[in-house]
Design a protein around this ligand. Structure first.
Ligand SMILES: [Zn+2]
Length: 189
């Protein structure tokens, strides 16, 4: 998916998370976008090779330069988009840290959404470094600004709906019930 879609889905996950987590929507949004930070070297490298403006290659340049999947920078993308990396390295670190598991859940949403939205040679390898491709159905990463904004309406509407359910307490965590009764909140980072 594109960064906006990922960010909005992360914000929805934050919205659903216990209210005791500070800045839960921002944390969810940032964590859901974070796997693509690993794309930066890849973008800059291809952008440099194709002489793109500010070294940011267009979707067409990706399609014309499929050799880039053999470059080392592609390995970073495979790593950050692997369920094994999340499950065996990242999630255990977050679990043992003072940070909320919300971050792992939002990160997981990115990996799940990228499976259908990367196709052909751009498909995700969910169990990298073992296992093969999981062929997707379409290439959301190649969307233009108009498509990004159009498709982002979907998670945006879902967020408004879920926010309504949270604000009017149709969805309540046990900790929030206790909070209402005791009027004392334990804050969790
Ligand atoms: Zn991604």
């Amino acid at each position: 998916m594109d960064f906006l879609f990922h960010g909005l889905v992360g914000a929805i996950i934050g919205e659903c998370a216990p209210k005791s987590i500070k800045n839960r929507r921002t944390k969810g949004a940032l964590a859901a976008m974070s796997p693509d930070i690993a794309n930066i070297p890849l973008y800059l490298y291809l952008g440099m090779k194709t002489d793109s403006f500010m070294w940011i290659p267009s979707a067409e340049e990706f399609y014309e330069n499929t050799w880039v999947i053999d470059h080392w920078s592609w390995v970073l993308w495979n790593l950050s988009h692997s369920f094994l990396f999340l499950g065996l390295i990242l999630a255990p670190i977050i679990y043992r840290s003072k940070y909320s598991n919300l971050i792992s859940v939002a990160y997981l949403s990115h990996l799940l959404l990228d499976i259908p939205s990367h196709s052909g040679v751009w498909s995700v390898k969910p169990m990298w470094p073992i296992g093969g491709y999981s062929p997707g159905w379409f290439d959301a990463w190649a969307w233009n600004a108009e498509q990004i904004l159009t498709y982002s309406m979907l998670p945006l509407i879902a967020w408004v709906f879920i926010k309504y359910l949270r604000d009017y307490q149709y969805i309540v965590w046990p900790s929030e019930v206790t909070k209402r009764l005791n009027n004392s909140a334990k804050s969790q980072r």
